[in-house]
Design a protein around this ligand. Sequence first.
Ligand SMILES: Nc1ncnc2c1ncn2[C@@H]1O[C@H](COP(=O)(O)OP(=O)(O)O)[C@@H](O)[C@H]1O
Ligand SMILES: [Mg+2]
Length: 254
Amino acid sequence: MPADIAPGNVAQLQQTPDSADPVVVFEDVSITFDIKPVLQNISFTVHRGETRIILGPAGGGKSVLMKLANGLIRPDSGTIRVFGEDVTRMRETDLFKLRARIGMVFQESALFDSLSVEDNVAYRLHEDRVPEEEAHKRVVEALQFVELENTIAKFPSELSGGMRRRVSIARAIIAKPDLILYDSPTGGLDPITSTTIIDLVIKQRDVSHTTSLLITHRLQDAFLLARNRFNQQTGKIEPIPNGGIDDRLKEYLS
Ligand SMILES: Nc1ncnc2c1ncn2[C@@H]1O[C@H](COP(=O)(O)OP(=O)(O)O)[C@@H](O)[C@H]1O
Ligand SMILES: [Mg+2]
């Protein structure tokens, strides 16, 4: 992915950061596997409260970028700061604490097949030894958010691809993360199901204002996120007046 398409400008302009302290900063990040350069001099910033979109083709290094962001792999050069800390230099124990603040929505949902929906969604709460009654209450809330509370006792194999993706969103938001990383959340889904997933991302953005980084190959995802908002009164997704285009975006496009 060349640096000049590491954009997200559409989404970035839509929301004004409420703090000058950035949550994610990539500076000149490069990584090569074997002899293949995958990311070259990537720089971008995700501010607090912002939803940043990065577009890239299949095989363009999107998942690699996500793994770099939560310290699962290290770059060959450049710096990556998350919550103000340099993840390229952190010890594994500190990375563990950092990852506890991040909600991750993986490309293939990555649910545990042998666990029920309830246990999948509660996974992090169980790790944190949250009492069962409290964990159950929060699982129900998270599943209500993704409109899947009736699947609580089911297993991943009984769900459609879109439902599994929604369960993985419930799992990512249950611990009220300070940052959500969405790795190709619409990958492998049909266009209609993809829209329902992006609607959830919009709802999460507009209800909780969680700082988010969303990586996708679908330009449509970026347009949906930039042009629509969640109306808390009606509980529905609605178009933002003027197609989400404000004066700053007009300037950028001209
Ligand atoms: N651990 C790895 N070892 C070697 N090559 C890798 C590794 N991870 C990713 N790659 C390569 O990096 C490129 C980008 O992969 P990826 O980030 O998964 O793409 P996508 O944008 O589709 O998510 C691919 O060519 C992939 O084969
Ligand atoms: Mg990928």
